[in-house]
Design a protein around this ligand. Structure first.
Ligand SMILES: *Cc1c(COP(=O)(O)O)cnc(C)c1O
Length: 409
């Protein structure tokens, strides 16, 4: 039974417990001091049995909550049949996944990979090849326009066009071929599109950047600019897609259809890594046997979980649920006492809150943790909320009242 009782006080792990966790691990994260052992729906439990409301949901990887019964049932069944074949052979779970995901996107074809970064890389490779083969851009010169403040993953090519020094510095030499323009500035974007540009790559809402919503009409304008100049619009919907914003895709808020959807995170149902690009044949068919691939991409276990995710979204109940719960969250935030927040942005069940005063987002997240709510800061003073779509109205209210307390601390 998904429990909805109040969270319990935070158990602060002993210093030795935390030190032991990292005795043999890289220090590439600075997690909040909580060690989780169990999860169900919107709730997680730590090693001492304390419960927390998960208001981050794995950065949207857990859109359907922890261990959604439909998703774990699909995974369990497949675990007893066939888990991996590599793409050297075909398997009987592939066509349903690719067919149903393509239909959800209104596109012809799917190329499955594993992580989000791999899907972004796949989209970039598709766009460069498309530019070369279909647009006559000389091989080795194709350029891609991207936005400042972007987050598209951690590979060397992707960090090459990051504007975040933490993500980028020390990792050179960087991959050339990217033009960075301010996010939301249509004129700058259009001016950056040149003869050798093959694509524009954007997040329809910048998640890691702090849930930054572009100005009204921006995505539509990007679509029109791409059409005018004959370049591809690659939409990184890894965090914004699959129900999070109250629509299947964030691009839908402006009735925009990109040329390539880049998907990940929630596609794997919070169970395993599964990503994909989805496009029409004209773009997808630049890939030929041997020209791209992945050992684990499109494996049977991932396909059944991904198919179940697509079916859940195709039924159409999650998107309005996210919209309605998001409206409740937004109303709650708007009713917070004056002075606690310097600003906030909400789209569906996704919010970026700017903390007022000189407290950091991290300090507020620690105050939330001590009250039994898990959230994550980003870029200093911003807190990101992305609770799973299974969260209830009462739990949204609990989140808002806990937030009010933590902010007033
Ligand atoms: C998380 C994320 C990625 C990278 O996904 P990984 O699975 O961590 O490689 C790329 N783009 C966006 C918008 C993301 O939120």
């Amino acid at each position: 039974m998904p429990a909805t009782t109040a969270p319990t006080a935070h158990h602060v792990p002993a210093a030795e417990e935390l030190a032991a966790l990292y005795a043999h691990a890289a220090h590439n994260y600075a997690p909040l001091p909580v060690v989780l052992a169990h999860g169900e729906g919107a709730w997680v439990t730590d090693t001492a049995g304390r419960r927390y409301l998960d208001a981050l949901a794995g950065y949207s990887a857990l859109n359907f909550g922890h261990r959604h019964p439909r998703l774990t049932a699909a995974a369990h069944e497949q675990l007893d049949r066939l888990t991996l074949v590599s793409r050297a052979f075909d398997h009987d779970r592939f066509a349903a996944f690719t067919g149903e995901l393509a239909a959800l996107c209104g596109k012809d074809a799917v190329l499955p990979m594993n992580t989000g970064a791999e899907a972004v890389e796949t989209a970039l490779k598709a766009a460069r090849r498309w530019g070369h083969q279909r647009r006559g851009i000389p091989d080795g010169t194709a350029r891609v326009v991207v936005a400042a403040g972007n987050f598209h993953g951690r590979t060397t090519t992707i960090v090459s066009f990051s504007t975040d020094p933490d993500a980028r510095s020390g990792y050179g030499p960087y991959t050339p071929g990217f033009d960075v323009v301010p996010y939301g500035d249509l004129a700058a974007l259009e001016a950056a599109i040149g003869d050798d540009t093959c694509a524009v790559l954007l997040e329809p809402i910048q998640g890691e950047g702090g849930v930054i919503l572009p100005p009204e009409g921006y995505l539509r304008g990007v679509r029109e600019a791409c059409d005018r100049h004959g370049v591809l619009f690659l939409a990184d919907e890894i965090q914004s897609g699959l129900g999070r914003t109250g629509r299947t895709f964030a691009c839908e808020h402006e009735d925009v259809v990109p040329d390539v959807y880049i998907l990940g995170k929630a596609l794997g149902g919070g169970i395993l890594p599964l990503s994909a690009i989805v496009a029409d044949r004209e773009v997808m068919d630049v890939f030929t046997p041997g020209s791209h691939g992945s050992t684990f991409g499109g494996n049977p276990l991932a396909c059944v979980v991904g198919t179940e995710v697509v079916r859940m979204l195709s039924e159409g109940g999650w998107q309005p649920r996210a919209a309605a719960l998001g409206a409740r969250l937004e109303a709650g935030l708007a009713a917070l006492p004056e002075g606690l927040l310097a600003g906030f942005r909400v789209r569906g069940l996704w919010a970026g809150l700017d903390v007022a005063g000189d407290r950091t987002g991290r300090q507020v997240c620690e105050a939330l943790l001590s009250r039994g709510v898990l959230a994550k800061d980003t870029h200093g003073a911003t807190i990101r909320l992305a609770p799973p779509l299974v969260i209830t109205e009462d739990e949204i209210d609990l989140l808002v009242t806990t937030l009010a307390e933590a902010l007033a601390d």
